[in-house]
Every structure is written in structure tokens, then in C-alpha cells.
Ligand binder design. Sequence first.
Ligand code: PGA
Length: 241
Amino acid sequence: MRVIVCETYEELSVTAAKMVASQLLLKPDSVLGLATGSTPEGMYAELARMYERGEVDFSEATTFNLDEYYPISPDNDQSYHYFMQKHLFERVNLRPGHIHLPNGAAADVKAECAHYDQMIEDAGGIDLQILGIGHNGHIGFNEPAGELNDCTHLTSLTEDTIQSNARFFANEEEVPRQAITVGMATILTARKIILLVSGRNKSEPLRRLLTGKISTAVPATMLNLHRDTVIITDRAANDGR
Ligand code: PGA
């Protein structure tokens, strides 16, 4: 696993954006797996700037986001639909029909999960998957547990994640208790993975990942099973491990 240590969060964001742009240059119709959270915000901002400068073209790309709260309406400003619109989709030339997120308002969740996996498969799988990491080591909403799911599924957020995500809501009670997330097997079948790790509070899961040992108690450690993962980290996360 390659580890790129950037001096700052800004450098991390620019480095990640350049990799996404390079992927699209090499394969314009790439299938991108996208993540939400505060870590990739800088990368999306840089991609929007690159698009304005004519340095990246999303016109043939397809995207699949990792997860979405459940239940939540797509126009709720705490939904990941809303986040992605604001940070990327309305700022670049992705075709609306090529954008996919799990539907947090689906009446039949099981059917929605199966449909989401099918769409990823029909698109030929993920070429480049962007990931963040929770400070509890989660990937998407694949939370620490005795067993992990392979496919897209409905899951309960851990208390730790609810507390961590409360910063985006008026209060902790408003954080949805469940989410739809792509499973670990789908993530691991991505051809290339870029994991973004920023900030001191990510040092511990980063350390656990880099021991090379695999444990479902730290879902990110499963990335050790993947053959082409690049970790982009900043000094704050890297020096603390
Ligand atoms: P963060 O979340 O980027 O907001 O820290 C990452 C994650 O929980 O996967």
C-alpha cells in the first residue's frame, strides 16, 4: 500500500484531485466511487476549480456514492445527495443521469440495496473509489462489528459515529440512526482506491490500517486485501500514529 504524506490538508486535496483528473484523462468514461464527509470537501473544491480552468472533464464519467442516511429526503440539507450537489455535482459537467446515490427515501430498502449493487455491476464496477475513514475505522457506513456485509445494505450507525456526525446537525437527536451503505466486497472490487486521511483524530485508525493486520473491528484494515490502494494523508494524521 502506497502512502503519500502531504504537509497540509490543502496539499492532500490538490493531490487527490489531480489523481481523479488523471483517471478521467486516461479513461474518460470512468466509474467513480465517491465519498462524503469533511475530508473530501477540499478535493471536490479543487476539482471544481480545475473544471473552471478546463483541466478536468466529467462529461463521460459515471458516479456512485458510497452511502446515504436512512430515512432522509434527498432535498434535506443534511442528506448526502444535498452535500454532493453542493460540493461537486452542480459545479462540474457530470450528466445528471450518470450520478447515483443510494435512495434514502426508498420505501423498500432491500430492493433499493439490491438495485444499487446491480447498477454498479451493470456499469462495469468501480474504476476509482475515493474513501474517507472514520475515527473508529469505519469505511462508508461499514461500522466496526463482529461481521461485515459484502453488499449494499441498511445498517445502524454506532454511537461513536452518531456523536461524530452530530457536528453537521442542530443536535445529536437529529442524526439519523440508520444508513444505506455499499458493502466491503463492492469497495474491494474497485480497481483503484484512494483513501484520504486527514487530522490528528485519524492517526489511530491509520496506525491500525498500516499494521497490515485485518480485523472487522477496524473495517478500514480490510483495505490490506486490496492490491491498488493509495493512502493520501497529511502530517497531522501521519505524525500522530
Ligand atoms: P470525515 O468523515 O471526513 O467527516 O472525518 C470520514 C468518514 O467518517 O468516513
